[in-house]
Ligand binder design. Structure first.
Ligand code: K1U
Ligand code: ZN
Length: 182
């Protein structure tokens, strides 16, 4: 298995639309294993292939407390949605930024497993929020796109500044980096 580098906003590759997965082979199983390892190591509760610069419709999630319930969704489609829920979201591609985002409260999803078998399930709560966030990645969309242009620009500048500081060896401690940008 391998840890994969995660693209960070505003990298233009995060805007690429994923193409359907067509080959259910050993390379796909290896990518799934690498994405799960990368998600757990980050740490995160979800990861879309787009974030690791693979532009195929594949996402992984694990919202369990014990981190022992990996889920894989290949070629996912939301076939029904209902209700509205606002919750705080983060993103491994927009590090240390957390914002309230409105999503459907319940989604019915159709997707394929690693062996190509189709399945359908209904998600609520954090699973529903995470699935919608990851499916946005596959469409080239980020959670910051739901914010005002001004706020998005402030976040972009903050991340660029942090990247410059990191490159020059003058990084702030983690607690000082976590922020809601007003
Ligand atoms: O897609 C991603 O960048 C992963 C993202 C998923 C997500 C989180 C919250 C709401 C919607 C979608 C993350 O995992 S950010 C990190 C995070 O939320 C977390 C990290 C460690 C423990 C618990 C949560
Ligand atoms: Zn994300």
């Amino acid at each position: 298995m391998a840890l994969l580098p995660i693209l960070e906003f505003p990298d233009p590759r995060l805007r690429t639309r994923a193409q359907p997965v067509q080959q259910f082979d050993a390379a796909l199983r290896q990518l799934i294993a690498d994405m799960l390892q990368t998600m757990y190591a980050a740490p995160g509760i979800g990861l879309a292939a787009t974030q690791v610069d693979v532009h195929r419709a594949l996402l992984v999630m694990d919202v369990s407390v014990e981190k022992d319930q990996p889920q894989v969704y290949i070629n996912p489609q939301i076939v029904a949605r209902d209700g509205v829920e606002v919750s705080e979201e983060g993103c491994l591609s927009v590090p240390n930024i957390y914002e309230e985002i409105e999503r459907a409260a319940r989604v019915q999803v159709r997707a394929q497993q690693a062996d190509g078998q189709w399945f359908e399930c209904e998600l609520t709560g954090l699973s529903a929020v995470c699935l919608q966030h990851e499916m946005d990645h596959l469409a080239g969309k980020l959670f910051v796109d739901y914010l005002s242009g001004l706020k998005r620009e402030r976040i972009r500048r903050k991340l660029e500044k942090e990247r410059r500081e990191r490159a020059s060896g003058a990084a702030k401690p983690a607690a000082a980096r976590t922020a809601r940008v007003i």
